[in-house]
Write a protein that binds this ligand. Structure first.
Ligand code: NAP
Length: 253
């Protein structure tokens, strides 16, 4: 990666010790940003931090369960110690239950909306004091193709991701006058732990691949470049958009 668009920027990427979040953290750091990586488990944070540091990248690792306000506070304190915050990537999401939306238990519904929607909103709100001091403030929410085209067995999760599309548009309107951009990136099916039930199951995998014109699942690195673009000066005039990175899957809302 020879692009150096993010030198001098400080970024927080949540849920970034594995999968798409890890690839985003790595890409932002490869482009020159100082990146604070985090997730719930100390061991994962340690391993991911070591891996990126070994590559010569400027990263700091912290434990942060996005549902815990004291953990989120630590993230912003760390950013402040590093010199501020330019880029927030809200990537954490859960899906505790597989099934149609009207079969979803109340507890799973609450968990899905708490982590996927409410914590994304809270992170953005809590990041604002620091982002307002940046010359190039960016908020990027990781949504999903399921937010555009619901996946039946990911019923409540799909709705939570549609809510993020609205959060992007609404927050973008509010923050545009302050020169802070707010955008979303919606991955298609990416081969990570999150999607193993599909990618590791031959029948489900075949049925899913039939929906993907490019004919393969995405790799986490297929997603990270769009995030880096939005975070960089190249994305300075883009706000309120949701970029779909889904190999041509249908994405009309
Ligand atoms: P993943 O590979 O399962 O990675 C999950 C990461 O999140 C790990 O680092 C995990 O570490 C951390 N994590 C989980 N819960 C957390 C929490 N409450 N607070 C903080 N960190 C947490 O997942 P992924 O596939 O990369 O998904 C990342 C994002 O992309 C999600 O928003 C997902 O909805 C979206 N997405 C994924 C796909 C796909 O096909 N994979 C498609 C569209 C959208 P710990 O266990 O240490 O916390």
């Amino acid at each position: 990666m020879s692009v150096n668009r993010l030198i001098g920027r400080i970024a927080i990427v949540t849920a970034s010790t594995d999968g798409i979040g890890f690839a985003i953290a790595q890409r932002l750091a490869r482009e020159g940003a100082k990146v604070i990586i985090s997730s719930r488990k100390a061991k994962n944070v340690e391993e991911a931090t070591q891996k990126l540091t070994k590559e010569g990248l400027n990263v700091t690792g912290l434990v942060c369960h996005v549902g815990k306000s004291e953990d989120r506070e630590k993230l912003f304190k760390e950013a402040s110690n590093l010199g501020g915050l330019d880029i927030l990537v809200s990537n954490a999401a859960v899906n505790p239950e597989v099934g149609g939306v009207l079969d979803c238990s109340e507890s799973s519904w609450d968990k899905i909306f708490e982590i996927n929607v409410k914590c994304s909103f809270l992170l953005a709100k809590e990041a604002l004091p620091l982002l307002r001091k940046s010359k190039a403030g960016r908020i990027i929410f990781i949504s999903s193709i399921a937010g555009f085209q619901p996946i039946e067995v990911l019923g409540a999760y799909s709705i939570s991701k549609t809510a993020l599309l609205g959060l992007v548009k609404t927050a973008a309107l509010q923050l545009a006058p302050e020169n802070i951009t707010v955008n979303g990136v919606s991955p298609g099916l990416v081969a990570t732990k999150f999607s193993r039930a599909i990618t590791d199951n031959p029948a489900a995998s075949e049925a899913s691949l039939a929906q993907i014109p490019i004919g393969r699942f995405a790799k986490p690195d297929d997603i990270s470049g769009s995030v880096a673009f939005l975070a960089s000066d190249d994305g300075a005039y883009v706000t309120g958009e949701n970029i779909v990175v889904a190999g041509g899957m249908a994405s009309r809302l």
